[in-house]
Structures are given as structure tokens and as C-alpha cells.
Design a protein around this ligand. Structure first.
Ligand SMILES: [Zn+2]
Length: 670
């Protein structure tokens, strides 16, 4: 132990030398706290620094005493001292926090998962041990003042004297370890106790769920009362001394010089886009456009802060509508492993934990309400795959509107009013209502997702399971090869670990700007499509698709770590957009792209009904002759029903895969 007077003297000397003017300013400005750079303590007096780390409670209290002795000419100094820049050796992974760290300084880092509301007038009682004189602080959560279970210095269990009691505002939060650290394991979490100026409005925002923070504090134990009986298990918590926001996306993902070299090599590979496609889901054959779109989604576009303070998101949202037999879910799961902190959830199961945010009653600690971040918030700055999107509860769907465009989630329930960050890319999967996707029906009639939400996706793709003898043979071979003979072919071209680093690196370091020719290319495409819509035809394309094109082109530039978006990037974006539009909105009658239909609005595509008529004809004949329907009969009956050029429609239906030809002269309906 250091003599008390000695400690006061050293601390007074330190504060006078480094922080005198700051302390005086703090007093005159009425500031409640002052940040102290611990590395200065370390330089000033290494013995004092070591003592601080081992006896933080005592040292911090003494430092306040010391501060009061500094002459300010303006009265007594009464500011909290908040320490930052604690040596790295004190940074402990949450899962490794142990009882040996109790009453020592710890530094932990992670995402706020839950936060209580701020409770005013929480009291803290200070007891003195009758045996050794040690002072023990106990947070009081009940009406009867509770003494400590034992002395943390001499283990005495009785005769504690109440020597002080104070009131303040307090909040507790649960901090969860970032999942890039735990790599797939269940994340660990720890409770952090915030009080006094750490609950100020500014700090309040920083410590709301979804934020990443670094906490310096003293590890303490909290005797937990559970259903009236004191549990033997002691809960630990960090009594915070300072809290800092961490802005960067993936701190812990260490990218070595060697990694950086491999990343740059990849980015410079002329086949990189092809390699990305092959990395997305190597065990699945085909669907290259979908895979390319998803690979661009991983990299994302560039967030723009406009002068009028509006923000345009850089994150890309994609929707996959798939027949139940397609490999939609498999792709959606794979993708979340390729990006740090990516997560896969199902719309059906996600309601309990909450996709957005939930407010519940705090039964454990201070009482009041707790705000808990849902999956979208916890994936802030990453990507979330939401399968069975149509099954999301209606309440959550409402919140998704805000999340997808403003990239935040606002909640106002009980006493809690908060706006949580949700800069999250969404890869959604939906099942068609009728079991099978029909490109000739408006999308709105096929999936249970409100139009307003549908329009927020940058691109939508249909994953259809169509019999196509040629393709089927290739898929069958591919499955055989990857499962039994040549397993390497199912290995992703880019290894998962490297891919995660590549994505993190590009997102962090690359913020490409449009070149004049890239902008021209996108503008021309956009204007041509707009121009194609006549007076009575639906609007061909909306500014939302224009924004999407820009994001896709930016993402394409990020793949090669370029600072400029090139014409080729724009062309890549256009090809993907065309593919997406064709799947949902291409009107086979007019040859126009009908965005209103892609967004689920009513279509004017009159001839779609002709396809329905022809389908009915095929059904009708099929009932008489069986599965294989002669083309001749179809044409004859269609003409009788007054249908013009049925041959042409039949050909289109074949191309679209709505029907197929089992043998020459016969049609088979799916
Ligand atoms: Zn004691």
C-alpha cells in the first residue's frame, strides 16, 4: 500500500504539472468532467501509474481530493476525472474477464446490445470494513440499505460501517463482444454501469444500443438477488470511469502486411469479378448475375452527405424471390460468412429477439425499462440476410421502411425514446405466395411485402427452378463432382478468411468518386429508359433505380480498390440492372421495361392476359390427352378462342421457361 499522504502529494504534483490550466478552465466553464491521458501519468511517475492500475478505486478518489487542493482562484474544483489511454495490457476480451480482475482497472470493447433507461437518484453507499478500514462501495437497488457481502481486501464478512451515501443518475448497458473476435462462437457480454456525467445527453446517444464503445472501468461484483434468495453466483460488472465511441467498422480484424499484399493482388487480378462470382456459392451452379449482384453488395457503394444535410445511403439492398426448391437460403447463409459481423436470420423466427429493437421491463437491476437492439442494429455497418422476409411481423415491417432508407431505427415506447443506428445492407429472401414464381404476374400479387418496402430494394432477382435439359445435366454433373469426386470444385475460389479481410479492407479504405464518363454512361441509360415510356405507358424507371445504379457502379470500383468509378463499372451496373428488370418488369408485349410492375404496382401489360389464356388452353387439352400436349392442338384451340399469333406467344413462353418441350411437337407445362 502507498501511504495516503504520499499518494495525495504525487497526484497533486501530477495534476498541477499537466492539468492545472485544464482544471481551471473546466471549473470556469462549469464542466462536469476532465479527460486525463493515462500515458502522461505513466511518463510522470511509473510507480504511481502501476499503483493506479492495481488500486483504481482508491487512486481515483484520492485524485479528486488532490484536485480540490489546486488553487484556481475560483473556488473548489469538483470535476470527475476520466482516464483514457490505459495501457494495452489492460484491454481484456469480454470472454476472458475473470474474478482475478475484480477491483482492478479493465478496458473492454464491444457493441452495446441492451441499455436501461437513465434512472435518476440511484444511491450508492460507502461502507468501511471494521477489521481493515477498507472502503467498499455498494450500489443500492432496494429500499433497505444493503451492506457488502464481504470485504474485498481482508474477506471479513461482518460489522461494516456506513460512512457515506450519494445520489446520482445512472444507467447500465450490456456490451457484447464483436463477433469478428469470437468467429462464430456465441458472443460474450458484460454489464457496464454508467453514472453521473456518463449519462449526459451526449453520452446517452453514444451508449445507446448498436454503438461500439471502449470502456475503461473497475471490475466489480454485484451480489445478485434472484427470486428472493441470494444466488451463489456473483455477477460481475464494469463500473465505468470513461467511455469512448469507436467509429471504425472492424477494429479487431487484423490485416497484416501479408494480407494486404494478397488483397491488392486479388484486386488487380483481371478475373476478379469472375472469381467473386465463384466465391459466393461454389456448390451452386449458375445464377451468375445474382451472385455478381451479391458480391457487389458486399463491397457496397459510397455514403453521401449532401449539403442540405440529407444523407444518401451507400448500402445496397437486394431481394431474392425464390421457388422453395432453389438454393436461395444456402446463398443467403454463405454470404454472411464473407463479411465481418454478417448475420443470417429468418423472418419467421426473428420476431422474438426483434429484428429492429424491443423495449422490456428491467427485472434484474435498477428497475424501469430496457432497450434492446435487434439484429438489424447489431449488424450496423455490415450485412444481414433476412430469409422469409414476407413473414416478418407487420410492426417490424413498418420500422424497416426507416431502416432501409434513413438507415436508423426510431423507437418511442414506455419512457424510452431513441434512434438507433442501422447502416446495414439487407439481403432479403422471399417465397412466392403461390409456391412458384410466375414472371407474368405482378410481383405484388406474388409476395406478401408492401409495395413501399419493395421499392426500397436496389435490385430484385427471381431464383427460379426451371427444367432445362441442358442446364439440368450440367447441374447434375456439378453436384456429383462437388459432392463425391472432386471436392475442390466446391471450395470457394477466394478463401473465406481472406474474403472477409478483402471486403473489410475495401470498405474501409476505398471511397471512389464518379468519373465524367461513368456518370454519362449511367445518365444515358437512365434517360433512355425514361424516354421509352410514352404517355399512356407506365414510367419506365424511377430515380430510386438511378441511385441504385450509382451504388452498384461504386461497388464495382471498390472491388478493384479504385478511387474512381470507370465506364466499365457503370456498364457492369447496367447489365445487372437490366437482368433484374427483365426478371420482374420486362413486358414481353411492348418490349419495354415496366418498373411500376417490378415495384408491384398494377401493370398495363395487356398481353400478359394472352399468356394466361394460352396457359388455360394447355391445361384444358392436358386434361384430355395427358401431360404431353401436342403443339398443333394448342394452336388450333387458341385460334378458336380468338388469340392472335399463338405461335409467337408459345415461343416466348418457352424462352421464359414457363413451359418446355419434352419432345418435338409437344409442350409440357411445369
Ligand atoms: Zn477488510
Amino acid at each position: 500500500m502507498m501511504e495516503h499522504d504520499d499518494l495525495v502529494e504525487r497526484l497533486t504534483e501530477f495534476l498541477s504539472e499537466f492539468y492545472k490550466s485544464d482544471l481551471i478552465t473546466a471549473v470556469s466553464d462549469g464542466k462536469k468532467f476532465l479527460l486525463i491521458d493515462f500515458s502522461l501519468v505513466d511518463k510522470f511517475d511509473i510507480e504511481l501509474a502501476d499503483y493506479f492500475l492495481e488500486h483504481p478505486e482508491e487512486t481515483i478518489a484520492t485524485a479528486l481530493e488532490a484536485a480540490k487542493q489546486i488553487e484556481t482562484g475560483m473556488g473548489e474544483i469538483d470535476v470527475k476525472l476520466r482516464f483514457i489511454n490505459i495501457p494495452e495490457s489492460r484491454e481484456i476480451r469480454i470472454r476472458n474477464v475473470r474474478s482475478e480482475h475484480i477491483s482492478k482497472i479493465v478496458v473492454i470493447e464491444g457493441f452495446v446490445r441492451r441499455a436501461s433507461e437513465i434512472r435518476p437518484e440511484v444511491s450508492e453507499a460507502v461502507f468501511q470494513c471494521a477489521d481493515c478500514g477498507n472502503k467498499i462501495v455498494v450500489i443500492q437497488t432496494e429500499r433497505i440499505i444493503r451492506s457488502p457481502p464481504d470485504c474485498d481486501s481482508c474477506n471479513n464478512k461482518r460489522n461494516f460501517k456506513l460512512v457515506d451515501q450519494k445520489l446520482y443518475d445512472a444507467r447500465w448497458v450490456t456490451v457484447e463482444e464483436a463477433s469478428e473476435v469470437t468467429s462464430g462462437e456465441r458472443p460474450s457480454n458484460i454489464m457496464v454501469y454508467l453514472k453521473e456525467d456518463l449519462t449526459s445527453p451526449k453520452m446517452h446517444n453514444k451508449t445507446d444500443p448498436g454503438n461500439r464503445i471502449k470502456v475503461v472501468g473497475i471490475l466489480k461484483e454485484l451480489p445478485k438477488r434472484f427470486k428472493g434468495t441470494r444466488s451463489r453466483q456473483m455477477d460481475i460488472y464494469v463500473d465505468a470511469n470513461s467511455v469512448e465511441s469507436i467509429e471504425s467498422e472492424w477494429e479487431e480484424l487484423e490485416i497484416s502486411l501479408e494480407d494486404e499484399q494478397s488483397i491488392i493482388e486479388l484486386a488487380n487480378d483481371p478475373l476478379i469479378y469472375q472469381k467473386l462470382i465463384q466465391t459466393i456459392a461454389p456448390a451452386l451452379y449458375g445464377m451468375d448475375e445474382v451472385k455478381e449482384a451479391i458480391s457487389l453488395q458486399l463491397f457496397g457503394g459510397v455514403l453521401k452527405n449532401l449539403r442540405d444535410r440529407t444523407r444518401v445511403r451507400g448500402d445496397i439492398h437486394l431481394l431474392l424471390v425464390g421457388d422453395p426448391s432453389t438454393a436461395k437460403s444456402s446463398i443467403m447463409k454463405t454470404i454472411t460468412s464473407l463479411i465481418p459481423r454478417g448475420k443470417y436470420v429468418s423472418g419467421k423466427g426473428v420476431t422474438a429477439a426483434g429484428l429492429t429493437a424491443t423495449v422490456t421491463k428491467d427485472e434484474d437491476f435498477l428497475g424501469g425499462w430496457i432497450l434492446e437492439a435487434g439484429a438489424l442494429v447489431m449488424c450496423n455497418r455490415s450485412l444481414i440476410s433476412i430469409d422469409e422476409f414476407e413473414k416478418i411481423e407487420k410492426n417490424d415491417q413498418v420500422a424497416l421502411h426507416e431502416a432501409m432508407e434513413q438507415q436508423s431505427i426510431s423507437i418511442a415506447k414506455a419512457n424510452i425514446v431513441a434512434t438507433l443506428p442501422a447502416r446495414t445492407s439487407i439481403l432479403a429472401g422471399a417465397n412466392p405466395k403461390l409456391g412458384r414464381f410466375d414472371p407474368y404476374l405482378p410481383i405484388k400479387e406474388q409476395i406478401d411485402i408492401p409495395e413501399t418496402l419493395l421499392s426500397r430494394f436496389d435490385m430484385k432477382f427471381a431464383l427460379r427452378d426451371l427444367p432445362n435439359p441442358d442446364l439440368d445435366a450440367k447441374i447434375a454433373d456439378h453436384i456429383m463432382k462437388t459432392r463425391f469426386f472432386n471436392q475442390e470444385e466446391a471450395e470457394p475460389i477466394i478463401k473465406v478468411e481472406l474474403m472477409r479481410k478483402y471486403v473489410a479492407y475495401a470498405r474501409k479504405n476505398c471511397h471512389p468518386e464518379m468519373s465524367a464518363e461513368a456518370a454519362q454512361e449511367l445518365r444515358d441509360f437512365y434517360l433512355t429508359l425514361r424516354g421509352r415510356s410514352g404517355e399512356d405507358s407506365p414510367i419506365a424507371i424511377t430515380p430510386r433505380q438511378y441511385e441504385a445504379l450509382i451504388r452498384l457502379a461504386e461497388a464495382s470500383a471498390k472491388v478493384q480498390l479504385r478511387n474512381t468509378v470507370s465506364r466499365e463499372d457503370s456498364q457492369r451496373a447496367i447489365i445487372l440492372m437490366k437482368a433484374s428488370l427483365r426478371q420482374f418488369g420486362f413486358d414481353p408485349t411492348t418490349g419495354k421495361i415496366d418498373i411500376d410492375r417490378a415495384d408491384g404496382a398494377k401493370s398495363t401489360a395487356s398481353q400478359r392476359s394472352r399468356i394466361r389464356i394460352l396457359m388455360d388452353v394447355i391445361d384444358d387439352i392436358g386434361k384430355r390427352v395427358g401431360k404431353d400436349v401436342p403443339v398443333e392442338d394448342i394452336i388450333r384451340q387458341a385460334r378458336e378462342e380468338g388469340l392472335d399469333s399463338p405461335e409467337e406467344i408459345l415461343r416466348k413462353m418457352l424462352n421464359e421457361g414457363l413451359i418446355f418441350q419434352p419432345k418435338q411437337g409437344y409442350i409440357n407445362k411445369l
